[in-house]
Design a protein around this ligand. Structure first.
Ligand code: HEC
Length: 238
């Protein structure tokens, strides 16, 4: 092998390397990766929903199902069964699929279809009725409501959607349960009533003794409380 041939081989190797280098630079320009401005993913912050310090006194997030049923829309609920029909039929006498037929399930026992292959966890609850509360919990998150359930479904996070679905499911029955009487409207919202709407300052803070009845600066218009009674004289006559 003379040196000329060695040169040719080296040249070829070098040429290939140069080509690969050029290619990688070229693709680097085409497909440059930009680091995200903020690393990580945007997740909804639960603090925003908590209503802490919020200006609007909103009802607490998950009102009791008894309250939600009063404003539930069964027609919307029927549309939501789209999420269930791959595993459940809903019509009377419908077939069991991956999950049992669900006609008339509300108000009946857990594991209500004889002969369906329920999980041990579901069978264990056979003594309990599917009340509105029980089914609301279950549909919110099956795996936490009944650990060990065979229902592979993430759950319906929106409380008003669950209410609508439950309202429809209740009608889809020979014996619909009577709708629960909603608690008095004041009950759920009561804690919010007296809260100062601005700034999140606790409304309960009483005016410091000595300040009299003068409203603290920034306090929203509220009927001024009657002047507090003069503090009891500390020195009792002897
Ligand atoms: C991936 C399949 C699947 C989906 C989707 C699904 N389920 Fe289920 N479901 C099951 C299985 C399986 C069971 C039996 C659970 C067990 O034995 O633990 C079940 C059980 C139930 C039960 C209890 C039945 C009884 O006889 O006690 C109810 C109620 C129910 N599902 C409602 C729903 C609703 C409503 C939806 C839609 C929002 C839904 N499921 C979506 C598979 C599913």
């Amino acid at each position: 092998m003379d040196s000329f041939e060695v040169n040719k081989i080296l040249g070829a190797v070098l040429g290939t390397l140069t080509f690969v280098l050029a290619l990688s630079i070229g693709t680097g320009i085409l497909f440059s990766a930009h680091a995200p401005e903020k690393p990580g993913y945007e997740l909804p912050s639960p603090a925003e929903d908590a209503g802490a310090g919020g200006a609007v006194a909103e009802a607490p997030k998950d009102e009791p199902i008894a309250v939600r049923l009063a404003s539930a829309d069964p027609a919307k609920g029927e549309a939501l069964t789209k999420q269930c029909v791959s595993c459940h039929s809903f019509e009377k006498g419908g077939p069991n699929k991956v999950g049992p037929n669900l006609y008339g399930v509300i108000g009946s026992k857990h594991a209500h279809i004889d002969g369906f292959g329920y999980s041990a966890a579901m069978k264990e609850k056979h003594g309990e009725d599917w009340t509105f509360e029980a089914i609301d919990d279950f549909l919110a998150n099956p795996k936490t409501a009944i650990p060990g359930t065979a229902m592979s479904f993430l759950g319906i996070k929106k409380a008003d959607q669950r209410a609508s679905l439950i309202a429809w499911m209740n009608q889809n029955s020979d014996n619909p349960l009577p709708l629960p009487a909603a608690p008095a409207p004041g009950d759920a919202a009561a804690p919010a009533d007296g809260a100062a709407p601005a700034g999140g300052a606790p409304a309960e803070t009483p005016p410091a003794p000595g300040e009299g009845a003068a409203p603290a600066p920034g306090t929203p218009d509220q009927p001024a409380p009657a002047a507090p009674p003069a503090p009891a004289a500390p020195a009792a006559p002897q």
